[in-house]
Design a protein. Sequence first.
Length: 368
Amino acid sequence: MQNVGVYKILCGGPSDLTEARSLIESGTIDPAQIVAVLGKTEGNGCVNDFTREFATYAWCTMLAPYLGASAEQVAQRIAFVMSGGTEGILSPHFTIFTRTHLAGEPAVDEKRLALGIGFTRDFLPEEIGRLTQIEETARAVQAAMADAGIADVADVHFVQIKCPLLTSAKIADVLARGLSPVTHDSYESMGLSRAASALGVALALHEVDAEVLTDDMIGRDWAHYSSVASTSAGIELDSNVIILMGMSRSAVSPYVIDHGVMDDAIDRDNISACLSVRMGFNMDRGCDEISERVVNVFAKAEAAPDGRIRGVRHTMLNDSDINSTRHARAAVGAVLASVTGQTSIYVSGGAEHQGPPGGGPFAIIARV
């Protein structure tokens, strides 16, 4: 039986952990019980966004003395996922997940929030964006399910993954060994790594059949996707880090989680349906009750690849000054904020094989 705690804290920058320290020093959070930290940092979210690495380093350095470990050991013990890009109204923040294991049986026969983490091995540069990354990710997702105590894939509501990308140095290394990288473009490698990781989630949760998965379909065949995957690529790691969230009767946390899929970047209806139909919120009361009970919202965003939203042309893919993922985060963030009344929400850009083209999965954690 597990009890999961969820704490969202604001920050004045990627290394500002003032509020986290306060929660630890006051005894609200036991650092030994922290299993994952999911953050939104204010970088550009592209290849050279070092705010993600900076934030992870700050967390590991801060926690190391509390845990009696080195910063490197902290990074191997806790799942850190940092996603860059807080365009528009999005506010930088961190979500801290704690977990304790308790003896006995749950007092009520209801499913509550459960959480598991997983790690793949480090990938060789030539494996990024290819079938090997799918298969290794699927194994790590299944391990995270077991870690969460979730047996039924239907009880998995969100799988957040941080995955690596190809730098110019990694590409040169592959070529020097007489092999071929999946792409010679470091930015394109972000999308292919996200795509392979998302298909790994889909494979683990039986959303796709293994027979359809090939190197050639990754980042191309949009008919196959996961409805619960959220993947984010970064320069700061060589493996995939997994945070899996779902519901379990073996959990006693005071939180619930549910998910849905936005069909496009302005899809309020599916968000409202998740809140009202499945989570019991009265939408007629406005944002106040939602903002009070909702701990955080996690969502994927992308510019529709066909260049249209509900039949009308958009220009996100043609902007040479601002990358389309940055436009998409700003747009989806505004839609989510208009429904929930919160701006410190997690929106990640680039939704390759994560929901239908132009849309993306979302999940909501709320207090019971």
